[in-house]
Design a protein. Sequence first.
Length: 359
Amino acid sequence: MFYPLIRNTLFAFDPEDVHYFVMNNLRRSCAVPAVKSILRSSFQYDHPSLQKNVFGLQFKNPVGLGAGFDKNALFLNELEMLGFGFVEIGTVTPKPQPGNEKPRLFRLKEDKALINRMGFNNDGVEAVAARLKNRQSSIISKGVHWDNRQSPMIIGGNIGKNKVTPNEDAWKDYEICFNGLFDCVDYFVVNVSSPNTPGLRELQEKDSLRKILSQLQNINYGKAAKKPLLLKIAPDLTSEQLTDIVDLAFEVKLDGLVATNTTIDRRNLSEKSKVKSELIGAGGLSGLPLRERATQVAQYLATQLQGKIPLIASGGIFTGDDAKEKLNAGAALVQVWTGFIYEGPGIAKNICKHLATKN
């Protein structure tokens, strides 16, 4: 109710600065037990019909937060308090990297969209893994038995390669991140679809992907208990490329696909936003203009996968109806990101309430 007024104030400042300002203040607020209790009761919505078991993991609800929002696993407790069923951290790379030069995150308010060219800015796998292990230890210290598959909020690890790593050695970077995060996350997502690391999307070609995914699965099946392995794809692929990915998903026994990442296509923007985007330059577009294409890709993949491999759908989800559209297209779970920025902290609760009433 009050968020649109707050949003107008926040939108007067740099998007990246506001992101950390808001989340850091939320963390401080949650340090006060009474405030945390009020926030939890305000933003969480639980209903038995929302619970889902997907690729062997029990989700309290199907609404997740996509990778890129909490790159370094800094705000997981706060995001759980806001009612998300799962959060994907990252993208995490082997070595820390600062990402691209600022400014690198831009709003297209008229179209409820964002353009970002962050460039996998993150603290590196060692620092992120240490942070996750500290969180696990904190939960265990309170007398709660830690079991990744039964944790209150599922945590995914989105992994990528460092910018300086040549594509022929990319598999090594993914292997480092996979091993480094294995004991810290519930599932993995291989990110080869960001438009903001030069040459990365070339790894979506079938032979390049096979090398990366096969190597990770070899490691995975050598573990005492394997972790679900998913692949995140771009919305800009052709039907032939999508079919290749489906074939490969069956070949290497992927546990799921995430569709989709941001797009480099600007055709669905309003004329005002097109002019603005030209001034902004390169970057991945997310938000409402991506909704239709993301749903098309999800529906195409779901048809090809025939229910044998689950799908997480992302792209242009702002409301319960948007989420329901993706689920009707064949997705098992949904992820928000840009919608969270425009709709505010109540987005997970609002979508969950809508889905519960429509079940």
